[in-house]
Design a binder for this molecule. Sequence first.
Ligand SMILES: Nc1ncnc2c1ncn2[C@@H]1O[C@H](COP(=O)(O)OP(=O)(O)OP(=O)(O)O)[C@@H](O)[C@H]1O
Length: 617
Amino acid sequence: MHVCMALPPPSSEQIVRALSFISSTSFQRGMSLDVDDGLLWQSVLGNTPEDDWTESALSSPSSAPSMETSAHTFTSTEELVQFRRSDFSWTTRLGLVLRDVFGLREFRKNQFEAINATLSGRDVFVLMPTGGGKSLCYQAPALCGEGTTVVVSPLLSLIQDQVSSLQRLRIPALFLIGSMTSESRTFVTRELSSGRVKLLYCTPEMITSSSFLGEILLSLYKRNLLARFVIDEAHCVSQWGHDFRPDYKNLQLRSRFPSVPLLALTATATKLVLSDVKTQLNLNLKAVTLTSSFNRTNLDYSVVAKPRRAADSMQEVYNIIRQSFAGKSGIVYCLSKRECETLAEFLVKQRISAAAYHAGMPSDERSAIQSGWMAKRYQVICATIAFGMGIDMPDVRFVIHHTLPKSLEGYYQETGRAGRDGLPSKCILFYSLADSNKLRSLMINSPDQPLSPEQREVANSLLLQVVDFCEDRSACRRSRILAYFDQTFDAAECQKTCDNCRSTETFVTIDLTEVAVTVLSTVRANPGKFTIIQLASEVSKQQGGPSSITRNEYERLICRMIFLDALSEQTKSNFRRPSHAPPSSYLYSGPKARLLEQKQLPIVLNMPSRSARGRRS
Ligand SMILES: Nc1ncnc2c1ncn2[C@@H]1O[C@H](COP(=O)(O)OP(=O)(O)OP(=O)(O)O)[C@@H](O)[C@H]1O
């Protein structure tokens, strides 16, 4: 389709010319108010020296390392052809920006099309895997046209990092955040009004609630100086996504600034999330939608059984790091702040340079840890999911999930932080039934964040998909992850880069609906009498025979019945237990018990095949 032609490296004269037209010596002092206005950013691309750019060089996207391209593209290939042209008025300038500002030689898949589409004034939706190069899709066009590109980004740390990197490239970018001094705000206002700022970053909260920013945007809008709005991490707009942010939903950009093109980008979106994001943002029906395959071919996926005792599971994390990743950077995702700290302390005692990172830490401490890790002063970060968004560390060789992620989408994004340089990297997920139950009740019954019945349903089904993924010992992990994003993947192409494709054991999917009905009848006869473990033991005693279901499998079945609401749990304090012991949860029939009895709630589990079961007994 495209002819790949690398650009010749820029000569030093070209670089000097480029740097002189993108002049921002004083800009590098950032927000400080002693900036000499006279020096402050000459018009960024106004004096662009025309260069003898070859058309083929510009229409030569390459793939991001180890990320498959193609897959389903929502905007038809015929329609995309118009955005692969190299005769736009900005084409020459775009080439210069790519090479002389960003120091890159060619575009990756879909970058060129996204840039041309947004510069043509179209709404654009870009789905690209983590590390695919989404930033360039809005940073390059910002430098190719008039006005300011406003970037809505979810995290302050991410905004600050992005703006500093842009400033290092001498690009006039600023951010506007709530905690700025009035002097800094005055500076930003002045710079924005002058039209010199090419990129303005802010949080969704600023857009929805700052009248100060609202006035600035309106003034730019009236003067035709709002080039586009960029909605980064656009999956946050959708309540069906794993990172929903209510302020993202209330941006109202289309109604407030009807003629300004929107550019939404995300690394994670199912079809449902995608259409919800488009609706919520009120993207034009003809929005150009560009998707790349989500397959990260350099990542190896596996799920391991998490030991029951915390000490054993921490030891297991240590063993994995010591045996396979000595001296290599990695992330261990944990559920709670305490877990991050305990695990980091444990690893440090074992002489692994590790640090905890979570939202409960002061932000300067968090930044110090993040930069320490990026500078290789820490080998391992034990973090909650607060860590990672927007971190561009190329050589992360492993991501371990010490507890379950809340959704497959989250799992994809968190594991996506490994191997951004395209080299082989491992993603290891520790799974236990106990964790899945704990996480489920934390998510669904959290007193801090009471969920509506609808939200509860969503959270429950997202987590159930993760549980199902972990318990599936047959299907290729890669196929399952890609299926989540509605992409088909031939497992033969996995090339044994997941534990299931490497395994020689045989597992089969068994329909246990009948067995579940029997389990339910035991609960109906004894409401509130059994915990999960007690019930598993009770029903496994009632059965027998060589191919019978083991106690552990009954536990899995009971947990699945809870997930499917055929059973429900209620907490009761147990007076016979020591006072510090956590209260136990006892089982009752659930709201969907009748459906199960009517065989309208099928329950299937992936289990060792019958012959293997016979051998095990
Ligand atoms: N055309 C290109 N050629 C070479 N490198 C590129 C190109 N485009 C982007 N990159 C590099 O790829 C890396 C990832 O880019 P970027 O941070 O934009 O990814 P992303 O898609 O935003 O990822 P994430 O979703 O994880 O934030 C960066 O180091 C960037 O410089």
